[in-house]
Design a protein around this ligand. Sequence first.
Ligand SMILES: [Zn+2]
Length: 137
Amino acid sequence: MSLSYSDLLKRLKNNQTITPKAKAARLELPKPDVIWVGRKTFFRNFMYFSRIIRREPNHLLMFLAKELATAASLDGERAIFIGRKEKQSFSVLIDRYMKYFVNCAICGSSDTHLEKSRRLRFLVCEVCGARSSVRSK
Ligand SMILES: [Zn+2]
C-alpha cells in the first residue's frame, strides 16, 4: 500500500475525529421530500427511507397507503399516492412506522430487523437482543 504524506495526514486526522458512538443511537432521518403534482402526491425520497431503515419498500408503502386511506405505487426512487396528501403527515406516519416496525421497544435502537414465524412478525433487536411481536398489517 502506498500512501502519500498528505493521505497519511488525512488518515490521522480522520482517526482523531472518530468518536465512539453509542450503538443505540437513533437514526437520523431526512425530511420526507413531498410534492404535489396534479391530483397526486409524490414522495420523492421514499426509497432512501426504505434503505436507511432497512425495511421492504412494499411494507412501508402499504403502511403509508393504508394510513392515508389511498392507493400508492412505486416509481423508481419515489412513491406516488393518489390525492393531495398533507405533506406533514408523511413525517408523522414515518415516525409511527418507526415506532411499530423499527425501533426496539426495550432499548430504542433502530438496529433491528423483522422476522416472520408462521403468521406472526417479530421485531428483533440487534443491539439488546429483545424480540417483540409487531402488529400485523
Ligand atoms: Zn434493543
